[in-house]
Design a protein around this ligand. Structure first.
Ligand SMILES: *Cc1c(COP(=O)(O)O)cnc(C)c1O
Length: 373
């Protein structure tokens, strides 16, 4: 098997999806599966779809095109405000998109008319994250313009939290979003099909038993893929954290760990040298680096410390007996590491339990592993 590689246990992605879908559906909330961290990988998307997500969402056109080429026909919503230059392609491959700019919406409408389609528009509202969004005071007017524009249909509103500014979703801001949905309907008439409360960071709010009001959709990527709450980093009960594992190969071991002391010319590199090579450890060098993943987003196995990294290497101090050259180390990844590794050309993606083997006994039965909750 070649390395570096990501091993994806697709049965764990299915289990995580089913768990989240079950808990959220019970609260009247559907799940839109977000595939951008896996670059729109069709098998992983299929695992989400087989496990109950209502549709998919993507931030990049190339990922949507990859899904469509693989024969995925479900509704796909574009969740990054489309670039003006992409309007035609977005309309061609996505049923709907999140939008904040009238200029872009007008271009989508023109493209839809040319393609003899109606493109769904969900308006993203700014509720404190300070990334994209329409100010709540302007929402009604913009919604009215969308309603009156041929080629597009107002499908809903949405908000995003905990991405740029770290503002967390809570009972108060979810109530505000519900109220905005009611106001928009009061002002423009049509029933808003989708009121999308946010992303994985909304799960604590959604699962704590708060009133859900008008919120009937969440866009979930990280929690399905990594089984964790993005704000606290904690495991979500009943979910697998190890659906994805990064495997890298040892290219140098160093029993004699005495090295000249390091001096960094670049402050950024110095920052990455997290620990001076501790005296009682030996070093090992792995053939993976910044070009392949976010090194700081890798969890070091117990007894190992990250000494530093360069574009193509990581240096690890270990108390364990030295691994031989050619042996492999396995890492769990945070979101940033997963996202980069999935997109890296030199990282192979190895699917396990991917449905081709689904009929085999034991593979689907994840119940036995639930001890790790
Ligand atoms: C990435 C993204 C999501 C999904 O976020 P997760 O934390 O992975 O659940 C949802 N909405 C928007 C707009 C996004 O960009």
């Amino acid at each position: 098997m070649s390395s570096p590689r990501i091993e994806v246990d697709v049965s764990k992605v299915r289990h995580n999806t089913r768990t989240i879908v079950g808990r959220l559906n019970a609260r009247g909330i559907s799940v839109t599966g977000v595939t951008k961290a896996v670059c729109g990988h069709p098998i992983i998307a299929r695992a989400m779809l087989d496990s109950g997500v209502a549709g998919l969402a993507e931030a990049r056109l190339s990922n949507v095109q990859r899904l469509r080429k693989a024969g995925v026909t479900c509704p796909i919503t574009f969740i990054r405000t489309p670039m003006l230059s992409q309007a035609d392609d977005v309309v061609r491959v996505c049923e709907a998109s999140y939008n904040t700019e009238m200029t872009v919406i007008a271009a989508l409408a023109a493209a839809a008319i040319r393609q003899n389609k109606v493109h769904g528009v969900i308006l993203m509202v700014e509720m404190g994250d300070r990334r994209e969004g329409i100010m709540p005071k302007d929402l009604g007017d913009i919604a009215l313009q969308v309603v009156n524009m041929p080629g597009v249909a107002l499908k809903g509103i949405g908000a995003n939290f905990a991405c740029l500014s770290g503002i967390a979703p809570n009972a108060a801001n979810m109530q505000t979003l519900s109220a905005l949905a009611n106001n928009v309907e009061g002002q423009c008439g049509p029933f808003l099909q989708t009121v999308s409360g946010g992303n994985s960071a909304n799960l604590p709010w959604a699962l704590e038993g708060n009133a859900t009001g008008r919120i009937n959709d969440l866009r979930i990527g990280e929690a399905i893929l990594l089984g964790s709450d993005p704000i606290s980093g904690d495991q979500i009960g009943g979910m697998f954290r190890d659906a994805f594992t990064l495997v890298a190969e040892v290219v140098e071991t160093d029993v004699n760990s005495v090295r000249p002391s390091l001096s960094f010319a670049d402050a950024k590199l110095a920052k990455l040298c997290l620990v001076p090579n501790p005296g009682d450890t030996t070093r090992r060098i792995l053939a993976i680096g910044h070009q392949d993943t976010d090194i700081l987003g890798l969890s070091m196995p117990d007894g190992n410390v990250l000494i530093g990294a360069t574009s193509d290497h990581i240096v690890i101090g270990t108390k364990h007996a030295t691994l031989r050259v050619g042996s492999e180390m396995r890492f769990q990844m945070k979101y940033s590491a997963l996202m980069r590794a999935m997109a890296a050309p030199d990282v192979e993606i190895k699917l396990l339990h991917d449905g081709a083997t689904r009929h085999r006994r034991g593979i689907q039965g994840t119940g036995g592993h639930l001890g790790l909750v």
